[in-house]
Design a binder for this molecule. Structure first.
Ligand SMILES: *Cc1c(COP(=O)(O)O)cnc(C)c1O
Length: 470
């Protein structure tokens, strides 16, 4: 394909994308295809001769689109929303066209400096103090891995990378039972081992870590000759929005000299609204915080904002400077590849800039406030029905419920059946989780185009389908 044919196709793609977004609400939310459908639609061998874009595009519409679950659908209430607001999609298109590698300042100075400025815009938006610096990671999982590696190096007096972990005291890291599985994987990859990730019990409505139990666990580990290295806290856990008492837990960590990382991947976006910051009092004392603008804030995936109280600890952990990567003559500039595990980096700051300038913080806050208000309205309406119960209360826009009709036998099986039937129906999309061993259904609202009508329609869909089960 020549670049002189590109613009025509670019316009066609733009028209297609506009139409897709304006009509996505007419499609079933979750893909309704069977395993193997896409695989069987694709030839088992690659073509020897090139094909025309007409044919390729037609096949895309015919074979690919039926197998897509529509994350931008206004009635996507599963997992957490992963938004792609229009201006951020335009920025991604431009980034794809320029395709810069943003590993060093000199490999794209504008990208580095915009990343610094955008991370500071986000810092201010969340009400974090000026001491925090930031870097954009590809995912919250990567940010958490970087934080765990920092905990490890700091605890080992910066010798782990060089000497490995053999012969060292056993490192210990603490978190609640409600953290995301990305924490487990960070522990595995860092060589610390699952057995040394200590699960502190949770208590209360927010299902947050019990600070006294954290203190006791650290004290016992020290007495046993282990080496406590850090505490991972969660604000808005994936299952039910579990939130640790940040100030109390950080105070315990500080007493023992431990590094703290806060995973607010989903709920962090809501902190642009000052009224929700009561959920993380004391956050200014954390060493490391991650949230995903690519979830609720509206930025096209991928874009994970990682804030650091002392970026030097991270750079000391991850920087490698071979001669061919040195940027001679530019002392004091930032090379963001020294702040993350991968070397190559995309130009992700551009889509934050496009997004925030288009809507303004006030526009973004209004959306989040609406999602939370509508979600709570639905919670109150559904859980007032005689055969539904609220299991965990709304945390921001997330809550869980069960269908509990009188005389029902196996409630886990009944609720799993219900969620599957709802998703087969296609008007809304929900997922399940477990709370204290019980299977429950989650609801969250956070998609950019969701309206109050979309959220309230979930009430009718859930009730109709539940009551049609025999
Ligand atoms: C989504 C999520 C993650 C994982 O985010 P990635 O960016 O996909 O790695 C981690 N923690 C929480 C609480 C999440 O909601």
């Amino acid at each position: 394909m020549n670049w002189n044919e590109f613009a025509g196709w670019g316009r066609k793609v733009a028209d297609w994308a506009q139409d897709y977004h304006m009509t996505v609400g007419d499609r079933p939310v979750r893909a309704q295809t069977a395993p193997g459908d896409m695989l069987n639609a694709l030839p088992s061998t690659p073509p020897e001769q090139g094909e025309g874009m007409d044919e390729i595009f037609a096949d895309f519409e015919k074979s690919v689109m039926p197998g897509i679950t529509h994350w931008q659908h206004p009635r996507f209430f599963a997992y957490f929303s992963s938004n792609a607001a229009a201006p951020s999609v335009l920025a991604e298109f431009l980034t794809a066209a320029i395709a810069p590698q943003c590993m060093l300042w000199q490999t794209s100075p504008a990208a580095t400096e915009m990343e610094t400025r955008m991370m500071d815009w986000l810092r201010q938006s969340l009400g974090l103090p000026e001491v925090f610096q930031g870097v954009i990671q590809d995912s919250a999982s990567s940010a958490t891995l970087a934080a765990v590696l920092t905990m490890r190096e700091r605890a080992l007096n910066w010798q782990g990378n060089q000497q490995g972990l053999a012969g060292q005291p056993t490192l210990r890291i603490y978190c609640s039972s409600e953290v995301h599985t990305s924490v487990d994987r960070a522990i595995w990859v860092a060589g610390i081992g699952q057995a040394n990730l200590i699960r502190v019990p949770v208590a209360g409505d927010w299902r947050g870590m019990d600070p006294a139990a954290l203190d006791a666990a650290i004290t016992a580990d020290k007495a046993a000759g282990h080496l406590p290295a850090g505490v991972i806290l969660c604000v808005g856990g994936t299952g039910t929005g579990a939130t640790d008492p940040i100030a109390d837990c950080i105070a315990i960590a500080a007493k023992h000299g431990l590094y703290t990382h806060v995973d607010a991947a989903w709920a962090g976006s809501a902190m642009i609204c000052p009224e929700f910051r009561d959920y993380w009092p004391g956050i200014e004392d954390a060493d490391s915080i991650v949230f995903n603008p690519h979830k609720w804030l509206g930025v096209q995936f991928d874009c994970s904002a990682h804030f650091l109280k002392n970026a030097n600890d991270l750079v000391r952990t991850l920087a490698i400077s071979p001669e061919y990567l040195k940027t001679h003559g530019h002392d004091g500039i930032i090379n963001y590849s020294e702040w993350s595990v991968p070397l190559g980096r995309r130009f992700r700051a551009l889509k934050i800039w496009f997004l925030i300038r288009t809507y303004g913080l006030e526009g973004l806050r209004n959306r989040i406030r609406n999602h939370i208000a509508w979600s709570r309205q639905l919670h109150d309406k559904l859980c007032a029905e005689p055969d539904f119960e609220s299991v965990t209360p709304p945390m921001w826009s997330l809550w869980t419920f069960r269908y509990v009709p009188e005389g029902a036998g196996d409630l886990d099986a009944l609720n799993l059946d219900l969620v599957n039937r709802i998703n087969d129906d296609g008007r809304i999309y929900l997922t399940q989780t477990r709370v204290d061993g019980k299977l429950v259904i989650r609801f969250q609202a956070g998609t950019f185009e969701t309206t109050e009508g979309d959220v309230m329609m979930a009430h009718d869909v859930i009730c109709d389908i539940a009551r049609s089960l025999s």
